[in-house]
Design a protein around this ligand. Structure first.
Ligand SMILES: [Zn+2]
Length: 657
């Protein structure tokens, strides 16, 4: 057991701070983990523990106190001396830690003076102010009885001189920041999922989980979501990606109307995704507050359906402080608790493993000190050798929020060297492959012709080969890591002979010419975000990718010489969905699409792969009863109408605002 305290400074770019390899967060101490079992009186023990924590923190942070205002000369990594003002600005921790640090009681807000019975109300309450509470804590030096009475009245724990009392320019209550992991993912989202399952019934929700199609950004819950135990924050995040799709048309037992529940769920999901943006404008902050207001407007529905008795939940109240914290301290990824859990492994668990497990703290400190020295030496050597700037630079997020631009990457070698027309028809479902290829080639040879003229040209094209090399996926990278992919592969068998079902993903495709006009959101709200790199232009349409292939290299010169000179020679056979409407469904704000038909069959065409922008997750429109033969891998084929999922991840969500 160890209770590590980490420190970082606000001047460091968050893109660097979040990478452990940059060592932008340092361990500054371990706080004792003793339970003080020698003190038999429970209240006295709790108080002593609180006092011990604050005394230790004072020991660690006390030395910076005098320099907050006067400043102190420090040398930065490049050898330049600066006058620095170390000011305690932000405390990152979970709720019990926040209560410990601010000396507030469990069940109270560490930031404002709201009473415990009002936690479910959507109102602002007067904030706690350090300067006034400091006066209360000064009483500890004079009349101890009066000190206890005043503390009791103001809802504060009687701590003997909290560590922040003497720190200049600090307000401990302001310094408490949002905590997406514990307040949202392991808090409100966890509750929302439980309420929804209570109301709609576990069987209905779980049955739908089994029929959600796969996507790079989402996770399949083959056994449903109602029976899972010890669900992690990451898993809750993945559930959010499909939650609205599970309940959107699901009937409530008893035939009640579900629209208020949809409104409540949709607004809480909106809040979660907006709160995770890596940059904000005043408009997105306003949207964040709007979505919280909408949740409060509709939350009573969970009481009406008996899923909840009251909303006196500290985690729900904490959401009302998100907007102010973001405006003061930057976006929530600057202070999330997920990072410190990762540091814990490196700086505490590994340090402990390096000891002989006896009198470990002294050994751990030596180990950590040596490691820091080695790291500093390594940085120095790298700098001397001038390869300091080499290696991938972290992506910086500057300007209004927009979806990351992704780079398309194709494998060097095909997954299958030669797939015949027959196989493309039967195994890949590319029913009209040859016709589509003829159309494509006619267009390559005669750009600018009308549809009717192209048909005539296509009818006269002779394709001199009868098989093509095929690729089973298209990958997209986000700087260094694979951020998205589109699969198009037939049924296969693994090394044990088990069947791996076929998978043909849906993607967003540039269907018209790329527009250079000011980018518009899907809803045409060009004023909200400047430019989003992906969808935005209205010339995009959703399609299912059936085959990714190339024209055999020895024929390219003959059939499509212009392709030979283009940088990317990969093509894709896709089946189209209907274009997105101007506005989403008002009930749940998702867009509805269905298969686009032409002469009684699905409209298909061959396109250049570089027109695929990203994968898009479709949620089936289930109807009252799910047909027996629908599952995650057949539903795209069997179902006719879908909703476009805006929640597959935050980057994708940005395209839909
Ligand atoms: Zn509050």
């Amino acid at each position: 057991m160890a209770y590590p305290i980490y420190m970082t400074i606000g001047n460091i770019l968050k893109a660097l701070r979040c990478k452990p390899s940059y060592h932008a967060q340092v361990l500054i101490g371990y706080i004792p983990t003793t339970k003080l079992e020698g003190i038999s009186n429970k209240t006295a023990r709790r108080r002593a523990l609180g006092n011990l924590f604050h005394a230790c923190m004072h020991h660690v942070l006390g030395p910076i106190g005098p320099y907050g205002e006067t400043g102190v000369a420090m040398m930065s990594g490049d050898g330049v001396w600066c006058r620095c003002h170390p000011i305690f600005a932000v405390f990152v921790g979970d709720y019990p830690e926040q209560a410990l640090v601010t000396c507030t009681y469990n069940g109270r807000c560490p930031k404002c003076t709201i009473s415990p019975g009002q936690l479910g109300e959507y109102k602002t309450f007067p904030p706690r102010v350090q300067s006034t509470t400091s006066n209360t804590f000064l009483l500890a030096d004079s009349d101890i009885r009066a000190f206890h009475t005043v503390c009791h009245k103001s809802g504060l724990k009687p701590v003997f001189h909290p560590f922040w009392q003497t720190l200049p320019l600090t307000d401990i209550f302001v310094s408490i920041t949002p905590d997406i992991l514990h307040q949202m993912l392991q808090g409100m989202i966890k509750y929302l999922i439980r309420w929804v399952i209570d109301i709609f019934g576990a069987a209905g929700v779980d049955a739908r989980c089994r029929v959600i199609p796969p996507n790079h950004r989402t996770m399949l819950f083959r056994k449903g979501i109602s029976t899972l135990s010890r669900v992690t924050g990451q898993e809750h995040k993945k559930m959010c990606a499909i939650l609205l799709g599970l309940i959107v048309d699901l009937p409530i037992p008893g035939g009640h109307d579900s629209s208020r529940i949809l409104n409540a769920a949709r607004s809480l999901l909106d809040f979660l995704y907006l709160a995770q943006f890596q940059s904000h404008t005043s408009k997105t902050i306003a949207k964040l507050e709007e979505s919280l207001a909408t949740f409060h407007e509709f939350k009573e529905v969970f009481i009406d359906f008996g899923a909840r008795e009251h909303f006196n939940i500290p985690k729900l109240h904490s959401l009302s402080h998100y907007a102010t914290s973001i405006q003061l301290f930057g976006t929530t990824d600057n202070y999330n608790t997920e990072q410190s859990e990762r540091l814990h492994i490196d700086l505490t668990k590994n340090a402990y493993r390096a000891t002989n497990h006896k009198d470990e703290y002294a050994q751990m400190t030596v180990w950590l000190e040596r490691r820091e020295k080695l790291q500093r030496h390594l940085a120095f050597i790298n700098w001397k050798q001038q390869n300091y700037l080499e290696g991938p630079q972290p992506q910086m997020c500057i300007g209004p929020p927009c979806a990351h631009s992704l780079t398309l990457r194709m494998a060097r070698h095909p997954s299958s060297k030669a797939v015949s027309w027959d196989d493309l028809h039967h195994r890949y479902g590319a029913v009209e492959f040859q016709d589509a290829l003829a159309d494509f080639l006619a267009q390559v040879h005669n750009p600018g012709l009308s549809q009717r003229e192209l048909r005539w040209h296509a009818a006269n094209i002779l394709i001199p080969f009868c098989a093509v090399p095929v690729f089973h996926n298209v990958k997209f990278t986000d700087g260094t890591e694979i951020a998205d992919s589109v699969h198009a592969r037939p049924e296969q068998r693994d090394m044990h002979g088990r069947i791996i079902p076929s998978r043909f993903d849906t993607a967003l495709v540039q269907s018209g010419p790329q527009c250079n006009a000011p980018a518009q959101g899907i809803r045409g709200e060009s004023q909200l975000y400047q430019s989003s790199n992906l969808i935005v232009c209205s010339g995009c349409q959703i399609a299912q990718v059936q085959v990714v292939f190339q024209i055999p290299s020895k024929w390219v010169q003959d059939v499509a010489p212009s392709l030979d000179t283009s940088p990317l020679t990969h093509l894709a056979y896709v089946e189209w969905f209907t274009p997105l409407k101007a506005t989403p469904d008002p009930k749940h704000l998702m867009y509805r699409v269905s298969r686009q038909m032409q002469d009684g069959s699905r409209r298909a065409s061959i396109i250049s792969v570089d027109r695929i922008r990203c994968s898009i997750h479709l949620l089936p429109r289930f109807g009252p009863v799910i047909p027996q033969d629908w599952n995650s891998f057949t539903v795209l084929d069997k179902c006719h109408t879908f909703y476009v999922n805006p929640f597959s991840d935050v980057n994708n969500y940005l395209n839909f605002i």
